[in-house]
Design a binder for this molecule. Structure first.
Ligand code: MLT
Ligand code: MN
Ligand code: ZN
Length: 291
């Protein structure tokens, strides 16, 4: 299987339009930033799936050579979209796909309820294309075009703020992709609140796992902005400093969904040595993995 990181920043991106923090100012000055978290994955190199649809999706697709259309006028290698959550930074871009002839969307029941309710992306898209919903039932493998199978694993029940009143448990999932042709196993968990048994099951036997790198430090918002801020853990994001010591050997770990306050989102940051010493990586926009 092949995985392409389309974007690696948390909501807002790097730089964020209204932020003058150290990281955003540096990104603006150097022109080196990050687009919002999203990836593309394929088993056979022809049938591709998006995992999440970031607000930066159009630019991300235009810069991904494997996702270029053709040879027919409206042929596209894109077969569908899987959501790990209903958060706006993971879903807003789905409206960008309205030109598709049809659109296959894979989501848990609670995520679908948000996308047909308070953020009615599904009903809006239905005015432009044919939307086909596929329910992701955690623990039940789903076969994708191109040979991959994927299983959702529930990581938490944190709802987006706009969907605060909605019921359900499976609001945040990881995906575990298996390629029967190569034996490759890939895990994707951009939002991780606890190092749970469920997350351990995503890691078990995986060649590579992409995990939540939103914050380096639990007190990062205060540390980096000087303003009173909530701890990372209270926002549903286990900070990197609390996961680095837990990474088992034998699996490549890459951090994604980096907030603009995160020092390891910046090229050459001294804190990067802590990540590399643990054998892990900070994912980069455009990076490709072959498993
Ligand atoms: C999160 O990752 O916690 C959310 O995407 C926050 C947000 O709404 O930007
Ligand atoms: Mn987010
Ligand atoms: Zn900033």
């Amino acid at each position: 299987m092949r995985v392409r990181f389309l974007g690696t920043a948390a909501g807002g991106g790097l730089p964020q339009w209204n932020c003058a923090c150290t990281g955003c100012t540096l990104a603006r000055r150097t022109g080196v930033g990050r687009t919002q978290d999203c990836l593309a994955i394929t088993g056979d190199g022809s049938a591709w799936y998006l995992v999440n649809a970031s607000p930066d999706l159009r630019t991300q697709l235009v810069h991904a050579p494997e996702l270029a259309p053709g040879p027919g006028l409206r042929d596209t290698p894109l077969r569908g979209v899987l959501f790990t959550s209903a958060e706006l930074d993971h879903t807003l871009g789905v409206l960008t796909l309205r030109e598709a002839a049809s659109l296959d969307i894979y989501a848990t029941a609670p995520v679908r309820s948000a996308l047909e309710g308070p953020f009615p992306a599904g009903p809006i898209l239905s005015g432009y294309t044919t939307v086909k919903w596929h329910e992701v039932v955690p623990g039940q493998p789903v076969a994708l075009d191109g040979g991959l199978t994927v299983t959702g694993v529930t990581l938490g029940a944190k709802r987006p703020r706009y969907a605060a009143g909605l019921p359900g448990e499976d609001w945040v999932v990881a995906y575990r992709f298996v390629d029967p042709a190569t034996g490759g196993v890939f895990g994707y968990a951009p939002c991780l609140a606890q190092w749970s048994d469920a997350f351990a099951s995503v890691i078990e036997g995986a060649d590579a796992v992409v995990l939540d790198g939103t914050f380096m430090y639990d007190d990062e918002m205060t540390r980096e902005t000087g303003l009173p801020g909530r701890p990372a853990s209270s926002m549903g994001h286990l900070p990197i400093e609390q996961t680095l010591g837990k990474l088992p050997s034998g699996t490549l770990f890459l951090y994604t969904h980096l907030n603009n306050t995160n020092p390891v989102a910046r090229p050459g940051a001294p804190e990067l040595s802590r990540v590399t010493e643990a054998g892990a990586q900070i994912a980069a926009d455009g990076q490709v993995l072959e498993l």
